[in-house]
Design a protein. Structure first.
Length: 216
């Protein structure tokens, strides 16, 4: 019990100062966009294609918008620890947004090994509730499989279409001109060039994802 409380305290401390949380941005940068696209390709090429798309409407369940990224980091930490206990390493990427209807939210893509799928299903709801300051509000969590994610090796063209569709959606708060520059025109239906105020870290990717590309 004492060990659990200490771990929880460290997670909360990881959020940083109030001043850090007040740093705001309105659109994704070109580097953030390229990194997300690159991470999706690295995950696929390494045999861990993103096969889950999770939306977390944090503010719907009482999370302050300034803690959107911090709360997502805690969710990812819980998921990563779970994967590690089962002998796997979680690969993931996320982008935070702020919508007029649901407030601060996050879109997260990750890989779930097929052998862990049966026991994974109940976990996102558990992690979500552990991250909330109060009671869970219905539809805060939305979790779906990415089409062809579990058979990407056998149907690469179909999977590439599916994952790039999700990436296109996640990058809609990037400058409109980048859609063509990055080769994503026609990959999705949401218009780019949208903007929203987010605080602190606007996007995140698992640590070390680009080590191989840096060596090349």
């Amino acid at each position: 019990m004492i060990q659990r409380r200490q771990s929880k305290q460290r997670l909360l401390q990881h959020g940083g100062s109030r001043r850090q949380r007040d740093v705001a941005s309105n659109q994704l940068t070109e580097k953030q966009c390229r990194d997300l696209i690159g991470a999706a390709m690295v995950a696929w090429e390494s045999g861990c294609p993103f096969n889950r798309f999770i939306t977390l409407l944090w503010e719907r369940s009482g999370v302050d918008a300034r803690r959107n990224g911090e709360t997502t980091a805690r969710f990812v930490k819980l998921a990563s620890d779970w994967a590690r206990r089962h002998g796997d390493r979680l690969v993931w990427a996320w982008v935070q947004e702020h919508g007029w209807k649901n407030g601060a939210d996050v879109h997260l893509i990750l890989h779930v090994p097929p052998e862990l799928d049966p026991i994974f299903k109940a976990m996102p709801a558990k992690w979500t509730k552990l991250c909330l300051p109060g009671a869970y509000v219905r539809k805060t969590l939305q979790c779906q499989k990415i089409r062809f994610g579990d058979i990407a090796v056998n149907n690469p063209e179909a999977y590439e279409t599916a994952i790039m569709g999700k990436v296109h959606y996640m990058l809609k708060c990037a400058p409109a001109a980048l859609e063509r520059e990055l080769g994503l025109v026609g990959r999705g239906h949401k218009p780019w060039g949208q903007s929203c105020t987010t605080f602190r870290k606007q996007a995140g990717i698992w640590q070390g994802w680009n080590r191989n590309s840096q060596r090349d």
